[in-house]
Design a binder for this molecule. Structure first.
Ligand SMILES: [Zn+2]
Length: 223
């Protein structure tokens, strides 16, 4: 009676580079972060707190939909988890304030063909580990405290991490981070694995970064 159409590259992902150090694949943005989150959740058996991995549709078109991060789904599910655990409304709000939210999307790695697109001191590298993204206009939800907590998790996991701010005189994209942070009131950090050719049919990234991100997220879940 009706239909939706999603066109995508059907070639499987592949390794490339002199030593196979790069990945080429469709939809690294943002299935790579979804994969890292689910990998981390799958090893979070003995976690000291309730761990949630939430994957949303419609991030690329603003997130304001029933299935997007701007919808009521995550708020409702967290409330229902709280009520099922015997928390009253006051308990639930306290739990949210004590929580920590990682918004994991991808990050623009430095590309030497386009030096004018980057802040001179913010050239993040593929295979350099997770990128902490900061923006004074809150296009990213990162603050000093939430960034430090993520840096500590990377250190605990033995993973390098990098810092990124978008070039000051260019418009900065956003993520679900500020949207979810504003609705739930949870301290939030925006992070992502570095990549090239974001939003092209076939994107590129570093072969080391998926495992780095999964290990960093697992370290957060492990407390
Ligand atoms: Zn994107």
């Amino acid at each position: 009676m009706s239909w939706e159409l999603a066109a995508y590259d059907v070639q499987p992902g592949s390794l490339w580079g002199a030593d196979g150090e790069f990945i080429a694949s469709r939809q690294l943005d943002n299935l790579a972060s979804c994969h890292a989150a689910l990998s981390a959740l799958s090893v979070a058996d003995a976690a000291p707190a309730t761990c949630v991995a939430a994957l949303f549709d419609h991030e690329e078109v603003g997130s304001e939909s029933a299935a997007g991060a701007g919808g009521s789904f995550i708020t409702d599910v967290l409330a229902r988890i709280g009520f099922a655990a015997g928390l009253d409304d006051e308990d639930r709000r306290r739990a949210l304030a004590r929580s920590y939210f990682i918004s994991a999307d991808m990050a623009h790695a430095y590309h030497p063909n386009f030096p004018a697109a980057y802040e001179p001191d913010h050239k993040v590298k593929v295979n350099g580990g997770p990128v902490i993204k900061t923006n004074a206009n809150q296009r990213y939800a990162t603050g000093a405290e939430t960034a430090a907590r993520f840096m500590a998790a990377c250190e605990a996991a033995g993973v390098p991490c990098q810092q990124y701010a978008h070039r000051g005189n260019l418009g900065c994209g956003s993520t679900i981070g500020p949207i979810v942070a504003a609705r739930l009131g949870i301290p939030t950090v925006d992070v992502g694995s570095p990549m090239w050719a974001m939003h092209s049919a076939r994107e590129s990234a570093g072969a080391l970064d998926p495992a780095y991100m999964a290990a960093a997220l697992a370290a957060v879940f492990a407390g």
